[in-house]
Design a protein around this ligand. Structure first.
Ligand code: ATP
Length: 336
């Protein structure tokens, strides 16, 4: 099994918006029947380190119970670390939570920060006071976000009557009205239909491109990762198992890349160095690659009349599932 490439894919930026070093968080849990209770320590996050440069969109992935939410709670000051340090926008989240709140926006997809019984518009008006946003700035931002997230048709609807997708758009607006530098999202598309997911993803891309807002998100939805993130971090059993770009993650996959070659006419299975013909159907052949695709493509084109070529990357779902399955010692580790 190949180790992940050890390249420092993300050299530490000079002024990272997130700087996490040796971060750990443990919980003590009581188990068993009443009179025979035993106590056990759960290491939800252990020795995690990474930095996030300003303007990045980074995905934080991991199987259930891996430690994603615990990390996000430490980044946003909801939980204090048991060990290590966290700095976000130059602040120490657990100690400077109020100051940090003015600099970051947070959305936990499974919970809402909106007032359940109030119309969305009133709920958003109240967030202005939480963050002490001047009325004119608030009105301007609300108008912009209402347009971008198409909130108009349901601004007067009580939050409890909103669909999940509408509520998420409302929660994103509430998190962004004070124009934060960093947006932390925990499962932003959970439970949403395809159209709502797409609306949210396109909005986040626009927010990042136009305002330079840094986005850190946890997700189980690899569609989010593929559309939004160039860099992913994978946490498993509380430890960082991978930190690199999507291409490096794909390269780490045991599943090979496949080159689909459409020849001008049917021929015998192609034999070139660095590839193995695994299927032939008329003029189309499938070559599994174990070398650089460019070299194989050049070799195929030199010897055959090629009508078309397609390079198939391993499916990201497969790659991530494989990473979760690999024993920790076999994964290698890249940290920024
Ligand atoms: N308050 C707590 N008390 C005890 N154990 C906790 C607490 N919060 C989290 N844990 C444990 O820490 C581990 C990591 O949990 P966490 O919620 O961070 O995982 P996650 O990656 O966000 O999972 P999921 O994808 O299921 O939301 C789990 O074993 C969980 O049971």
């Amino acid at each position: 099994m190949p180790d992940l490439p050890a390249a420092a894919a993300h050299p530490a930026p000079a002024d990272p918006i997130v700087d996490v070093r040796g971060l750990g968080r443990s919980f003590t849990v009581s188990e068993g029947p009443f009179l025979r209770r035993t106590r056990r320590t759960v290491h939800a996050v252990a020795d995690v380190g990474f930095t996030v440069p300003r303007g990045a969109i980074v995905g934080y992935l991991g199987p259930n119970g891996a430690g994603k939410s615990t990390t996000m709670k430490m980044l946003t000051g909801i939980l204090s670390p048991s060990s290590g340090t966290v700095r976000v926008a130059g602040l120490e989240p657990a100690r400077q939570r109020t100051r940090l709140a003015a600099r970051i926006g947070v959305v936990f997809g499974q919970r809402t920060t909106l007032w359940w019984d109030l119309p969305l518009r009133d709920s958003l008006a109240l967030t202005r006071h939480l963050y002490h946003v001047p009325a004119t700035d608030h009105a301007r931002r609300l108008a912009e976000l209402t347009e971008l997230l198409e909130l108009g048709p349901f601004l007067r609807t009580p939050v409890r009557q909103l669909s999940l997708g509408q509520r998420m758009r409302g929660d994103l607006t509430a998190a962004l009205l004070h124009d934060p530098e960093l947006l932390v999202l925990d499962e932003p598309t959970i439970g949403l239909d395809v159209v709502s997911k797409s609306t949210i993803r396109e909005f986040l891309l626009k927010l990042n491109a136009e305002r330079g807002t840094t986005i850190l998100l946890t997700t189980h939805d690899l569609g989010d990762v593929e559309r939004l993130c160039r860099r992913v971090m994978v946490i498993d059993h509380g430890r960082l198992a991978f930190d690199g770009d999507i291409a490096a993650l794909r390269d780490s996959a045991p599943a090979p890349r496949t080159l689909v070659v459409d020849l001008a006419a049917p021929t015998a299975p192609i034999t070139v160095a660095g590839a193995r013909c695994v299927a032939v159907e008329g003029p189309r052949q499938w070559l599994e690659l174990d070398a650089n695709p460019a070299a194989v493509i050049a070799a195929v084109a030199a010897e055959h009349e090629v009508a078309d070529l397609t390079l198939r990357e391993p499916d990201i779902e497969e790659v991530v599932a494989d990473l979760y399955r690999r024993p920790a010692g076999e994964r290698g580790r890249i940290t920024a």
